[in-house]
Every structure is written in C-alpha cells, then in structure tokens.
Design a protein around this ligand. Structure first.
Ligand code: M6R
Length: 352
C-alpha cells in the first residue's frame, strides 16, 4: 500500500534514501576507495553509447557526463532515434538505461546495436526483464518496485548506478572525497525530504501559465527532468533547457507569471554564469525559484529558495532533483491531478 502517503509518487520520493543505500551496498569500498560492480568482459571499453527514453534518458545524460569526465568517450541517444548511422565507424559498448527493461524503443536500439556487433549492457531496475535477458551484462539499480507512473526513485537509483559505473570503468583512482560524498548522499537526500519548502512554493505558483527549468553542466539533465516530471503529472506547460540557451530564444516567453526554476550550486564560474542568466530573467519580471546550496549569490536574485546540502559537484544534481520532484508533486496535488496515473501515459511503453 501507500504507507499513509496520499500517492505512491510521494511514498516513492521518500523511499529514495533507502533505494540509494541499496544501490551502493557492497559496491563501494570506503576503505580501499574502490567501486566493485559484478560485470564481466567490459574491461576494454573504448567508447560508450547510452540509449534511453524519457526520464531514463535524463539519467543517461547525467551518466555520460561523468564517464567523459573520467576520460571515457560517451554519448547519449534518445532510443527511438538510434539507428545504424548512430554506430557509424564505431563499435562502442551500448548501454540501455531502462527501469522497466521493457521499453520498446530502448529494446529496439539495443537490438540495432547487437546486430552491428556491439556489446550491450542493461542498466535496469527489473531482474529478468527483456533488456536484462537480451544484453550481455546487466547492472541492477535496486530501487525496489515503483508503482507511480512518474519515475522518481528509479531515476535517483539510475543516477547513482551510472555514477558507480563511471568510477568502476575508469582507470583513474577514486579520491576519498568522492567516496565519502557518495556514502553521505542517502542521509543528505533524507535531509532534503525533511526540510523542503517545496510545498509552500508550489502553493504560491501552481496557477502560473508556464514553468521554465534551467541548469548548467551537471545540472542540465535535472533541468530537463524537472520539466518532464511537472508536465507529466500537473499537465502544465513546462520546459527545461541548458541555462545558457535562455537568451537564444526562451527569454521571449518570460512574463510575470512564468516562474524560472534555476539549479545553481557551488560558487565557481559555472555557477556565476547561471546566476547571470537568473538576473536577466528576474529583471524581466519573472519570479525565480532557486535550488541552491547557498554558496553563490543566487539567493539575492531569487524570490524563493529551495535549499540542498553541500556535496561534491557531481552529486548535487541528485539532491537538487529531490526538490524538483517535491515541487512537481505539490503543484500537481494543488491542482487536484490524478498523480499516480496521469492521463494518456503508461508506466511501461511497450510499443514503438
Ligand atoms: O522503463 P523505462 O525507464 O525504459 O521508461 C522510460 C520512460 O518511458 C519513462 O522514464 C517515462 O519518461 C516516465 N514515466 C517519466 O516519469
């Protein structure tokens, strides 16, 4: 059942600390500073293609950046766009990211890859799923069953499974800071859940005419994910994009009833660039909701702040996304939507 929550989605959002602990268990060795995944035959990977749909595609974008940061060429493809031409001249490892393991578009992309001679890996939540059976190897994200159509805990677990995969695959040594940050993450997610002001922010803005989500670098995938989650369960118009793209078009849509939700952590030049984008939007009269660890001066230009604890820059998107999930949930709740079963959508899309 829903264990006292009004919706499975809210229950599953709250299950994230536990899901992440399970995802990391016996995979991260704090003393040796190693990551150990039970995967075979993947030791000479020279390039990676990640294929996925929807929320899983956003997790794949997050994972691909981490792989590239550790020197492994990695590209992400929307599974339905993946074809022979995507494989031109390369025989990469092809990673299907799919919580259900049954998404037709993702299975199709994996089959295309296999037909071209590529090795395949399924990153999935479902033991025995078609993706797990058809791929050479499977990496289980261990989120536990997810009932809500909106993917929440499976997304966080995919992020962390892909994070572990990037650390495992790369030759570079893993610093103790990263290991400590990974191990601290479940408790930090719990802190976000305990202290979030997302409900009151949602109540103030549920009637807005559109919502824009922005983030830069590590935060760009969660900007996309924040918008997808909101449109899926609230039926409101929402768009997510790289913060730098604002001035290349979307800025024209900014009005006083189109909140900007900006994810800004740290205080480096990357953060400062996003703060500049935020300033431009606020100067044009739109309300700004900043998801931040409080290290930059973004709060000065924000009408509301959703705070997250400080962590490694590579893990901040996981914490920021929890605030975005809660914001979407409470906006949809305020609007009285059928949150666990949005119209026109299915939990697992088994047709192309
Ligand atoms: O089972 P999969 O991870 O392959 O599903 C992919 C998408 O259909 C899925 O993530 C969808 O976008 C979610 N309903 C979003 O919340």
């Amino acid at each position: 059942g829903k264990s006292g929550y009004d919706h499975y989605m809210l229950k599953e959002i709250h299950e994230q600390p536990r899901a992440l602990r399970k995802c990391l268990r016996e995979r991260v060795d704090a003393i040796e500073r190693t990551v150990d995944l039970d995967l075979e035959g993947l030791d000479d990977v020279s390039a990676i293609h990640l294929v996925a749909c929807g929320t899983s595609y956003h997790a794949a974008l997050y994972g691909a950046r981490l792989l590239r940061e550790r020197g492994i060429p990695a590209q992400t493809f929307v599974a339905s766009e993946y074809d022979r031409a995507s494989l031109a001249g390369e025989t990469p490892l092809v990673v299907g990211v799919t919580q259900s393991g049954e998404t037709a578009d993702t299975l199709g992309a994996l089959r295309t890859a296999r037909a071209a001679g590529a090795r395949t890996l399924a990153v999935t939540n479902t033991v025995g799923s078609t993706a797990a059976r058809e791929c050479d190897e499977a990496l289980y994200v261990r989120a536990g069953p997810e009932i809500g159509v909106a993917a929440t805990k499976t997304f966080a677990s995919q992020q962390i499974a892909l994070h572990a995969f990037a650390l495992w695959l790369s030759e570079e040594s893993i610093g103790s800071d990263r290991i400590d940050a990974l191990r601290a993450l479940p408790d930090q997610v719990q802190a976000v859940l305990d202290d979030s002001d997302a409900r009151s922010v949602a109540e103030a803005y549920a009637d807005s005419s559109a919502f824009f989500f922005v983030g830069r670098r590590h935060h760009q995938p969660v900007a996309l994910e924040g918008a997808l989650k909101l449109k899926e369960i609230s039926y409101e118009h929402a768009e997510g994009f790289a913060a730098g793209e604002l001035k290349h078009g979307p800025l024209a849509l900014i009005e006083d009833d189109t909140p900007l939700i900006a994810v800004v952590t740290g205080d480096d030049e990357i953060a400062q660039k996003t703060v500049s984008n935020v300033k431009e939007v606020q100067a044009r009269g739109a309300p700004v909701i900043a998801v931040t660890d409080g290290r930059s001066d973004v709060e000065q230009y924000a009408n509301h702040v959703l705070e997250i604890p400080e962590t490694d820059p590579t893990l901040a998107p996981v914490l920021a996304n929890v605030q975005l999930q809660l914001l979407s949930y409470w906006i949809a709740a305020e609007l009285g939507r059928p949150i666990d079963k949005p119209r026109h959508l299915a939990k697992s899309v088994t047709v192309k």
